[in-house]
Each structure stands twice: as C-alpha cells, then as structure tokens.
Design a binder for this molecule. Structure first.
Ligand code: BES
Ligand code: MN
Length: 456
C-alpha cells in the first residue's frame, strides 16, 4: 500500500517532466505508410527501447520484420506473479491534410488542457503513460508483475508483419494476459472498457475499359466509361435502407442481445453530439439500429477513395482508361474477412458488364475480437478505473480495429484488456489530433493501480 501511494505521489509531482518527455517522442514523424519516414520509424523504436531500458527492463531491443521493427522488452523478476504482455504501436497515420492543422503536427503544442500532435492520442501518449506508470512503481522497489512489451511499427497499415512475428516468437511472447493500451474512454468523467473490436477487410477494385485514355468527344458514346461502371458497381453495394447488398454479408452476424443494447443506451451520447463531432449535415446508417449500435455492433462497407480520369485544375475532355476504388469492410467479430472477399468477387462477377474488365486486390485484413467481460484482468482494470475516476466503467464495443487482439487470441490463446485514455473527439487520423492531458495523467494513475492490484 505504501508503495502504491508513493508511486501515485510520484506521478502527481511529475506532470511537467512527463509533458516535456512526451513532446520529444511526438516530434519524431513515425508515419508507417510513407517510405521516406523509415529513418523516423527507426528513431522512434530506439527512443522506446531506451525508455524501456531506463525503467528497468532487463532486455530491450529492436527485432526486425520484413518492414518495420518490433520493439521487444522484458522484466521477469517476479516469479509466481502473472506475466503481462503490454501491446502498443509506435507508428502514426500521415498528417494530411497539413493545412488544416492549427499547429504543425510534429511540433507538439499545448492549447488549453490538450496537447496537439499527430499520434498523441493514437497512440504514443498511451504507450508513454504505461511506461511512466511502470517507472513510478519501479522507483518504489520490485514491480508487482512480470512484464513483456511488444510495440509494433505497422499497426496503421494493417499489421502486415504481425501474424508471422507472433507465430515465430510464441515462447518469447508467452504471457497470462495482454494489456493493450491502444484504446480510450468515453469522456473525461466517464470511464469505459472496450470488450469488442471490429475486424477489417481492405480492397482495391480496378475497372479497366479502353487501352489508354481517349478523347471524350472522338470516342465518347462508343465505349463504356470505366469511371461510370465503377460508380454503378459501388452504388449497388448498398440499398435504400443503408444495408450492404452483397449476398450473404450479414449471414454470420450475431444480433446484439437486449443486455448489450441496454449497455449501449447507457452511453450518454446524443445523435446531435455525435453529428457535431462528424461535421456532417445529417447522420446516416443502416435502418433499425441506433447510431451507437451501428458503430459498435454492425458491419459496414465504406468507400475509402476513388480515383479516375482527370483530377487536376480546370477541364480536360478525357474518357479514362481505368478507375480505381479503395473499399473496406468493418466486420463484427463473427465475420470472416476471407468470406467477405469471395462475396465481393461474386458480386463483381455477377454485376460487371462485359464492356470492361475488373480486378480485386486485397490490401490487408484483420480479425475482429470479442473479449470476456468477466475475466479477472478485465475486472482488475474496471476496479482501477473506478478508483481513479470515481465511477464504474461502461462496457462498450469499439468501431475501430486493432488486429493484434484477435491474432493473439487465435495464435497464443491469450485475452487482452483494452485500457487506454484517448477520447472520442481526439480527431485521431485527422487534423489537429489531440490528447486531453488531465485524462492522460489520470491514465498513468490507472495503470499504476491496475499493475499494483496484482501485488497481493
Ligand atoms: N487506435 C486505433 C483503433 C481505435 C480507435 C481503438 C479508437 C480504440 C479507439 C488504431 O490505431 C487504428 O486506427 N486502427 C486501424 C487498423 C487498420 C489499419 C487495420 C483502423 O481501425 O482503421
Ligand atoms: Mn492506434
């Protein structure tokens, strides 16, 4: 108990130092999707390796993958105690659109109660908070649990190296449970725990017509325009009720039960507030479900990008040779990404006219995950949240995806606890990403209490 109090006191007296250190981590633009940032990815991994060394890990190193390295670290000095595998990702999304940022994305800036920078909420701030909690505990003596760290640099591009890495390092990663920090709570005064994540299946659809771009006057009306065909195909993927039309798309979906619908309804979020977060004129979605049910518990098909023809300034009379759509499906945990791919192929085979050709490429896929709300580590997290925030957390499903959760369930048979301190309006992946600092500091205290809870 004395150690816990001392650790919490340490945390409360170091907010300024934390802010300064976190700023140096955020200043490194570790954008995983852009190859010119490879050196930054490496520097970020090294920053974290060094930080983990500093808080007493007995091993901390970069481990190569075909793309960006994993940071692995461990401290196994508490035999008989649980071994916790801490997961995080140190890569970030690109910062575009740059001109919409009020301060440069990689020059972390405090405004009001918030720190603004790309990756501050998703999720360097969360990894940092967890490491600082370990530091505060380590300063009081022995840590209450054994720790392993797996920090990846490819989460934001669909974790392409993760499956093989976990497969090849089963023993190294063996643990009792996973503490996944890539998460958030509902509001500064409303703690929550995520027990389900959506999966993702991401595709590129290309439609080809003429062998090269043509003059739209000389040839228009004589060949089928691939941009038009692509739009018709994409438009046919939803019906007027907002449902996805691919045959079989909903077959595996388990309906939300009444208890889950009641839990979701406890979330004090109005449609108006949700609409305001999006900036859209009206909300839209699958008929028969509330906004929060759609986001947490229903699958979707989204158009992530469309490219065809002339998109420069002014007018160019062109009949394009090809059109491309980036499409992705958010899947509920029961849906299999491979099955979704065959449904799309089937739909395209049935509906594409023979005036064009098409090609579907899968860019990435990851499983969803459903976690046991009653598992002991989840209960421990709920208690830590209650002790810090003064209120029982709400249990909820998350609309986003974190592939590692399902992969670790499948390959190692271990469950994850999702405990992180982002907020829904942090603008992750968008301009002016931020982290609410008082919530982050409470997060450090929550991690301290969570880990210290295994002391007994
Ligand atoms: N941290 C997010 C997912 C998330 C968002 C969890 C909000 C909890 C609250 C994660 O980094 C992310 O954006 N994942 C990608 C995964 C994809 C590229 C496979 C996503 O959901 O789009
Ligand atoms: Mn993330």
């Amino acid at each position: 108990m004395a150690a816990l109090d001392a650790a919490l006191t340490h945390v409360r007296s170091h907010h300024d130092a934390y802010l300064e250190q976190l700023t140096t981590l955020l200043a490194i633009p570790s954008v995983s999707t852009l190859s010119e940032h490879r050196p930054d990815i490496l520097r970020t991994a090294e920053w974290l390796r060094d930080a983990l060394n500093c808080v007493g890990m007995t091993r901390a190193e970069l481990m190569p993958t075909p793309l960006h390295p994993m940071v692995y670290a461990e401290w196994l000095g508490a035999p008989g105690k649980p071994t916790v595998l801490v997961y995080g990702h140190y890569d970030v999304q690109p910062a575009d659109p740059l001109d919409e940022w009020d301060s440069p994305p990689f020059e972390p800036t405090v405004r009001g109660d918030c720190l603004y920078a790309r990756g501050v909420s998703d999720m360097k701030g969360q990894i940092f908070a967890q490491i600082k909690a370990v530091e505060a505990l380590a300063l009081q003596g022995k840590l209450p649990v054994n720790l392993k760290y797996l920090l990846e640099g490819e989460e934001e591009i669909g974790s392409p190296s993760l499956d093989a890495f976990i497969e090849a390092h089963r023993d190294l990663l063996a643990c009792d449970f996973v503490l996944n920090c890539d998460s958030g709570i509902l509001a500064p005064d409303l703690p929550s725990l995520v027990y389900a994540l959506r999966g993702l299946a991401y595709f590129e659809l290309e439609v080809r017509g003429p062998g090269k771009d043509l003059h739209s006057g000389l040839f228009g009306g004589s060949v089928h325009n691939p941009a038009q065909v692509l739009c018709e195909l994409v438009a046919g993927m939803h019906d007027a009720d907002g449902r996805v039309t691919l045959p079989g798309f909903y077959d595996a979906v388990v309906p939300l039960d009444d208890e889950e619908r009641r839990q979701i309804a406890r979330w004090p979020m109005t449609d108006d507030a949700w609409r305001a977060m999006t900036g859209a004129p009206r909300l839209w979605g699958e008929a028969g479900y509330t906004t929060l049910e759609r986001v947490g518990g229903r699958p979707t098909l989204e158009v992530n990008g469309l490219v065809s023809g002339f998109i420069g300034e002014g007018a160019k009379t062109v009949l394009p040779a090809r059109a491309l759509a980036k499409l992705s499906c958010r899947l509920v945990p029961e849906q299999d990404p491979a099955a979704i791919k065959s449904m799309l192929e089937h739909y395209l085979a049935e509906n594409t006219p023979n005036t064009v050709t098409w090609r579907l490429r899968e860019l990435s896929h990851g499983p969803g995950a459903l976690m046991d709300r009653h598992a002991a580590p989840v209960r421990a997290a709920a208690k830590a949240l209650k002790d810090v925030f003064g209120m029982e957390p709400v249990f909820r499903r998350e609309g986003g995806s974190i592939p590692v959760v399902g992969v670790l369930q499948e390959k190692l048979g271990v469950e994850s606890v999702l405990l992180g301190f982002g907020l829904p309006d942090d603008s992750i992946h968008g301009p002016n990403e931020k982290q609410h600092l008082p919530t982050l500091f409470k997060g450090i205290e929550t991690y301290v209490r969570f880990l210290a809870g295994f002391q007994a």
